[in-house]
Design a protein around this ligand. Structure first.
Ligand code: APR
Ligand code: PHB
Length: 392
């Protein structure tokens, strides 16, 4: 058994794990990142594309925002389509901020590319990762790599291993509590190398269902519609999908849609999920390991970023200032922001989708809320401050 000691062992080299590793490394806190997959596999996962201020600011702090600054697309507004009506939420005017469209896969790519030059040890192909003694005196992780057995003794283990990773499951039953809502639909997403819809970020609630218009660059577009979770993607050739998108986005937006062949098309389920607390003993959880949001609010990566911000703050306080109170505060600080993002994402999902069990009353409530947002600056301010991301 090959054994090493490190202050912090991070499980998972997705955006949360890599962001945390770089932040700790930049502060001089030693850590190692264990990733089960290969770099290409990690980068191959299609993800969303809207960055809040917190995510941009952490990349700026690390000096890893060059490509983001060059290729990221600032959006000063968001539109809500309701049939023929388009409601514009002017983020810049309301809260003096914008969001940045930049593929979350590109964030991972930038963090990955900087690991070796910055001396962040990331072990890819780490198999059978297991956590041990997470609430005891010898927290450690075991794994196999290239056929050899390894053990890492760490003062803290941070689970950044996503929803299906081992970290959350290492917390004994009865310690934590789960909160979950599984939605009765999924999002069928299409990526195409065509100029994006002229109106920018549009969320549409149409009688035929939900649609979202987004982009990856000035020449690459990203669109979604909601479909039953059981839907077979073979039922959605490109032409049918483009027809449906244009119908659901409404005539004004549809007039600026450019069609083209899909380069990626997939269906993703929607879920709201929280596991609390986000710490047990020497194990901290960050990102999808602790919570999932429906993509409606574009909160997934940004919530992982705020978890990482709080985790890095607590770990550096412990190691550099010998502050023993910081780690115990982590879970409550992270969860305060998690619950706000969960509520906003659930609420926007509820507002912009037609649920199978909804009747005329539920539809009337959607129309009333959209009317309120369309006519109330206070309602638009509330939407805007949550969409750009509440302060950390
Ligand atoms: N051992 C090692 N690594 C593991 C294991 C394991 N047993 N299980 C999972 N992993 C790795 C995955 O391969 C993945 O690279 O953990 C990483 C988890 O990354 P994500 O699932 O992207 O989760 P996170 O980093 O929290 O990112 C959260 O980012 O892209 C957005 O919207 C997306 O909500 C998501 C957010
Ligand atoms: C995306 O660009 O993929 C995207 C944008 C906004 C969302 C979800 C996904 O709410």
């Amino acid at each position: 058994m090959n054994t090493r000691h490190t202050p912090v062992c991070i499980i998972g080299a997705g955006p949360a794990g890599l962001l945390l590793g770089h932040l700790l490394r930049a502060e001089g806190v030693e850590c190692v990142v264990l990733e089960q997959r290969t770099p290409d596999y990690v980068l191959g996962r299609i993800r969303a594309g809207v960055l809040e201020r917190i995510t941009v600011s952490l990349l700026e702090r690390l000096g890893l925002d060059q490509r983001l600054k060059a290729e990221g697309l600032p959006h000063d507004d968001v539109l809500l389509a309701d049939g023929e009506r388009l409601i514009r939420i002017d983020l810049a005017d309301l809260v003096g901020q914008h969001v940045t469209v930049y593929g979350q896969t590109e964030v991972t790519r930038d963090l990955m590319a900087a690991a070796v030059p910055r001396g962040l040890p990331v072990i890819y192909g780490a198999e059978d990762v297991r956590l041990h003694d997470i609430a005891g005196d010898t927290p450690h992780v075991t794994y196999t790599h290239e056929g050899a057995d390894h053990r890492i003794d760490a003062r803290f283990i941070v689970g950044c291993d996503g929803f299906h990773g081992p970290s959350r499951r290492a917390i004994p039953v009865g310690i934590g509590r789960e909160y979950e809502r599984v939605y009765p639909f999924g999002w069928l997403g299409i990526l195409a190398d065509v100029p994006p819809c002229g109106a920018g970020l549009i969320y549409a609630n149409h009688e035929r269902g939900f649609a979202l218009a987004s982009q990856r660059s000035a020449t690459r577009s990203r669109y979604y519609i909601d479909v039953p979770v059981t839907e077979d993607i073979a039922n959605w050739p490109d032409d049918r999908l483009w027809d449906e998108l244009e119908t659901r986005l409404g005539p004004e937006a549809a007039a600026t849609v450019t069609r083209g062949p899909s380069i990626e098309k997939s269906i993703a389920p929607l879920r709201s999920y929280v596991f609390a607390p986000m710490r047990h003993g020497s194990l901290l959880l960050c990102g999808d390991a602790a919570h999932i949001v429906p993509p409606t609010g574009a909160k997934g990566l940004n919530l992982a970023a705020s978890d990482v911000y709080y985790a890095a703050e607590a770990l550096t306080a412990f190691f550099l200032r010998h502050d023993n109170d910081a780690i115990p505060r982590y879970s409550d600080k992270a969860l305060n922001r998690v619950w706000q993002a969960e509520r906003f994402s659930w609420s926007l999902t509820r507002l912009m989708h037609r649920f199978p069990d909804d009747g005329p009353f539920e539809r009337a409530m959607q129309v009333a809320e959209l009317d309120y947002i369309a006519t109330s600056r206070a309602a638009q301010l509330s939407f805007a401050e949550q969409y750009v991301g509440l302060p950390v």
